[in-house]
Design a protein around this ligand. Structure first.
Ligand SMILES: Cc1ncc(COP(=O)(O)O)c(C=O)c1O
Length: 395
């Protein structure tokens, strides 16, 4: 992403400098890990710089939170102990009993589990909707709808939803219902380097920083960024009240990871495109699902809405047996949950990331026993292709 105008620093500059003032005592260029639970007060009722207790405020976390807000173009950023902690705190803050929430039908399995198995018990009603179909979203709104939770690209079928279109739907619905219907976007797959939901009209962005933002598969974390400072204050209140904060060390790791986000994302994108094109030519691969391929139903929209397609793709091998054979043979691609690390990660959605989705629901979502998902890393392309070629020989 390039500079927007002369007064706005470019995205890569923000990644390195936003929220990253040199530390005032020593001038340390990287924000130190403030590994403390509390802070000595200057005098009775006089905390230094508003620092009283580390659940409420920590300088290492604050630096990351300011960085996240800058990258997404939001008013506020808050960092959490995991992506699911971020989503939980978001829901505790912005919906209440009696509200209705619409959710992308192919959202991450853990999000589906949180909504359907836990939050539904607290009087919030959830309905799945195909967010690639604006008419279907409009038709699913009720007078009680207060949130549309969309994931795009959606995991693992890489469905692309029109964010500006969805923002139009929630804006119209808010005016008609007479209450705010927020558009929340899980931007984990694209990252703000490739997609800026708030600029397209969304109200809130959530992330699993575990994935591309940290990028090195060595931290679990999450984030919420709000366009509106009042929403942000509610998230901050609930972050402190519920306490699912990101630790100082993890905050340091994510901040460090983000410094190289643009170069990593370009490398993931280049390898991701090349692997998808190669997979599409393999006779044993029945179908490749990658938004950068012309035949992907969301290709034109992805090309318009995102500035890159990234490193995530899924492919169909036709049977559980074929998927097992491939997954037992890979060496460079690590057979593991998660995604977005510098190393290539390969997984079986039906038994791993989406095991918490009921079998009939999985089939409805297209998550078949033969589906394999791959998060293409930034190793040498030739090594990734040789690894997949060797594994396909075993199929
Ligand atoms: C798109 C997406 N959102 C949210 C999450 C949850 O994040 P975490 O595992 O950090 O709790 C994941 C995890 O895989 C994910 O893929």
């Amino acid at each position: 992403m390039t500079k927007e105008d002369d007064s706005t620093p470019g995205f890569s500059t923000l990644c390195i400098h936003a929220g990253q003032e040199p530390e005032p005592v020593t001038g340390a260029v990287s924000v130190p890990i403030f590994q403390t639970s509390t802070y000595v007060q200057e005098a009775f009722g006089k905390p230094r710089g508003g620092y009283e207790y580390a659940r409420t405020k920590n300088p290492t976390r604050l630096a990351l939170e300011e960085l996240l807000a800058a990258l997404e173009g939001g008013a506020t950023g808050h960092a959490f102990a995991s992506g699911m902690a971020a989503t939980t705190t978001l829901m505790l803050s912005l919906v209440k009993a009696g509200d209705h929430v619409l959710v992308s039908r192919n959202t991450y399995g853990g999000t589906y589990r949180l909504f359907s198995k836990i939050l539904a018990n607290f009087g919030v009603a959830f309905d799945d909707v195909d967010t690639t179909d604006l008419a279907a979203v409009r038709a699913s709104l009720t007078p009680a709808t207060r949130m549309l939770f969309a994931e795009t690209p959606a995991n693992p079928m890489m469905e692309i939803s029109d964010l500006a279109g969805l923002a139009g739907v929630t804006r119209d619905a808010s005016a008609r219902i007479g209450a705010k219907v927020r558009l929340v976007v899980d931007n984990t797959f694209a990252t703000p380097y490739f997609q800026r939901p708030l600029a397209l009209g969304a109200d809130v962005v959530v992330h699993s920083t575990t994935k591309y933002l940290n990028g090195h598969s060595d931290s679990v974390g999450g984030a919420v960024v709000c366009a509106d400072a009042e929403d942000g204050a509610k998230i901050g209140f609930a972050q402190n009240a519920a306490g699912a904060i990101l630790s100082p060390f993890d905050s340091f790791l994510v901040t460090r990871g983000i410094k190289t986000l643009p170069v990593r994302m370009r490398a993931h994108d280049a390898n991701g495109r090349a692997v998808a094109v190669w997979l599409a030519k393999q006779p044993k691969v029945k179908r490749v699902i990658y938004p950068g391929l012309r035949e992907h139903p969301g290709h034109a929209l992805a090309a318009r809405q995102m500035s890159g397609f990234g490193g995530m793709s899924s492919f169909e091998l036709g049977s559980l047996d074929a998927a097992k054979r491939l997954l037992d043979r890979v060496r460079i691609c690590a057979l593991a949950e998660s995604l977005g690390g510098v190393e290539s990660l390969i997984s079986h959605p039906a038994s791993m990331t989406h095991a918490s989705v009921e079998p009939e629901e999985r089939v409805r979502r297209g998550i078949t026993p033969g589906l394999v998902r791959v998060s293409i890393g930034i190793e040498d392309l030739a090594d990734i292709l040789a690894d997949l070629e060797g594994a396909l020989d075993a199929v």
